[in-house]
Design a protein around this ligand. Structure first.
Ligand code: FES
Length: 157
């Protein structure tokens, strides 16, 4: 005798639909839980420090310009102090190189004067100047995450 509501293993259509609905509810609950856990985690991102060591003041005799390996910054030393200018073009982020007149971007031809002010090309803003600080042991640091007003120069002992 056959039962129209049971398959060969003996699970009724009603049981199957009930199990399917239960499984779907479990999956939906897990999805909702995973989504809500996202909000438990803080949305505050700890940004990696952009501060790096550049050495001691003796490494920067007056009248010199230095680039720092792996860092997109130029360090200048003149009669008025030490200053750091970003090498990142403000147009689309290419790395500028120093010229007689200041800086030149190889990508789209932006030109900057020696203070980083735009004198040609598509760059919308001057090159950034960065904070320089000194630890008690005399070690100097540049913080590429802290822009300072263009023209800011530091005197260190
Ligand atoms: S990225 Fe420097 S001019 Fe375009």
């Amino acid at each position: 005798m056959s039962n129209g509501n049971r398959n060969e293993e003996g699970v009724s259509r009603r049981d199957f639909l009930g199990l399917a609905a239960f499984g779907a509810a479990i999956l939906a609950s897990l999805g909702a839980l995973a989504g809500s856990l996202r909000f438990v985690k803080s949305n505050v991102y700890s940004e990696e420090s952009k501060k790096f060591k550049i050495g001691k003041i003796e490494n920067f005799p007056i009248g010199t310009t230095r680039s720092i390996d792996g860092k997109s910054v130029f360090i200048f030393s003149d009669d008025n102090g030490l200053f750091a200018i970003s090498a990142v073009c403000t147009h689309l982020g290419c790395i500028v190189y120093p010229t007689e007149a200041g800086f030149q971007c190889p990508c789209h031809g932006s030109k900057y004067n020696q203070d980083g002010k735009v004198i040609g090309g598509p760059a919308p803003r001057p090159l950034e100047w960065f904070e320089i600080s000194q630890e008690v042991d005399g070690t100097l640091f540049v913080d590429a995450g802290k822009a300072v007003p263009n023209g800011t120069k530091y005197i260190f002992a």
